[in-house]
Design a protein around this ligand. Structure first.
Ligand code: PHB
Length: 416
């Protein structure tokens, strides 16, 4: 199955490392593309990864930091979890806050032993890049894919520019891991893909602060002032989020305003603060960015020999941190399908790829939407709608079944 790299132009030294032919061409070197490459490498299926940005950019792109059990298992299975085992923080629960109250959701007892890991996407990406450059299939940075042609032919072609030269990569399969604005989606003719979308009337202000986390676990807070989330990156770095209006300028949020607002949104009623109380640690805010929120699914996730994975096919709002985990489950399903095809020529799993993934995608879409709408305050929200949110939060606190529903979805369903 493994094919030797064919230099595109033997006269060009730089070109010698760049194959012109590959079984799988992966467009996009974010977590989906890199994990797929690692899984394929392990399965003996050759591939090439083309990433339009440089390495520093890819390694610094801030995203959520929660890994489900299935994602951790996939990273372990391909030898990419050494630093995660050492530095990742294992979390057995999250806290919900609303109406001055708090309630802890305990994952292991509600899910038969599942838990999550706090380990930033930036670190997953760094680990996968280091492995791939060490012993993996070719990974080209600054390789700008211009077009994918022949999606419905035997040999689709990726046309890209690298090192100032136009090049082509002829593949058996092309996988688009290049996000919603990537070029791979455009290889599919108009009218084939259907995109279903919901845009939310609020955004998140995401912040990194040089201060030890104020809690051992994440805190998701509903407040009449808007949603707030307390997360972390390490024992010395906190990751915090505030719901803000769409179009907010981060410059309007100096440190003092951020901390005062977080304090107000996380505030506990004296009756619920008694058991140990709670103080929000303050420290210098080192990064601020506004993140829009939307839910989006593209169907189907395959057309001919072009397959879409991760954000190229679906987007979730960050509440519940499903984005990276969904991308990981797409590529686990896909790697199994390519491995089966390499082993006995069967395309049954590749044929089922879109349906298999979309079942899980829609579950995660529902969960992310329900967490988002339960916890955020819509600017046009009526008092009636607020009471529905509070009733749902009360229900979760009162009912092990309702808690288990949240816990199972949060900790992640097994990859089917
Ligand atoms: C994060 O740590 O960045 C994070 C955690 C949980 C979320 C979203 C983001 O739901």
């Amino acid at each position: 199955m493994t094919r030797a790299a064919e230099p595109a132009d033997p006269a060009d030294h730089a070109a010698q490392a760049v194959p012109a032919r590959s079984t799988v061409g992966i467009v996009g070197g974010g977590p989906a593309g890199l994990l797929l490459a690692r899984l394929l490498h392990r399965a003996g299926v050759d591939c090439v990864v083309l990433e339009s940005r440089d390495r520093a950019y890819v390694e610094q792109r801030q995203r959520a930091g929660i890994l489900e059990q299935g994602t951790v298992d996939a990273l372990r299975g391909c030898g990419a979890a050494t630093r995660l085992e050492r530095e990742g923080l294992v979390h057995d629960g999250v806290e919900l806050r609303w109406d001055g109250r708090r309630h802890r959701i305990d994952f292991p007892s509600l899910t038969g032993g599942r838990r999550v890991w706090v380990y930033a996407q930036t670190e997953v990406v760094k680990d996968l890049i280091a492995l791939q450059l060490h012993d993996g299939p070719p990974l080209l940075f600054d390789a700008e894919v211009r077009q994918v042609t022949g999606a419905h032919q035997e040999r689709p072609v990726i046309h890209y520019t690298h090192g100032g030269r136009d090049r082509t990569l002829v593949c058996d399969w092309v996988v688009g891991c290049d996000g919603f604005y990537g070029v791979t989606r455009r290889a599919v003719p108009d009218g084939v893909l259907r995109t279903l979308e919901k845009v939310y009337p609020y955004s998140w202000l995401g912040m990194l602060a040089d201060v030890p986390p104020s809690s051992d676990e994440l805190i998701y807070a509903h407040s009449p002032r808007g949603f707030a989330l307390h997360s972390m990156r390490s024992p010395t770095v906190s990751r915090l989020y505030l719901q803000v209006p769409n179009g907010t300028d981060p410059a309007d949020w100096p440190d003092q305003r951020i901390w005062d607002e977080l304090d107000a949104r996380f505030a506990l009623d004296a009756r619920f603060a008694r058991d140990g109380g709670w103080t929000l640690n303050r420290g210098p805010v080192t990064q601020k960015a506004v993140l829009p929120m939307r839910s989006l699914v593209t169907e189907p996730m395959r057309w001919g020999r072009v397959l879409l994975a991760g954000d190229a096919a679906h987007i979730v709002p960050p509440t519940g941190a499903k984005g990276l985990n969904l991308a990981a489950s797409d590529v686990v399903v896909l790697a199994r399908a390519f491995a089966a095809q390499a082993a006995d020529g069967s395309t049954a799993l590749l044929d089922a790829y879109s349906d298999t993934c979309l079942r899980r995608v829609w579950r995660a879409e529902h969960f992310s939407w329900s967490m988002t709408t339960m916890l955020h305050t819509d600017p046009d929200q009526s008092e009636f709608e607020t009471r529905l949110q509070l009733s749902q939060l009360d229900r979760i606190a009162a009912s092990p079944q309702a808690s288990a529903e949240l816990a199972e979805n949060y900790a992640g369903l097994p990859i089917g």
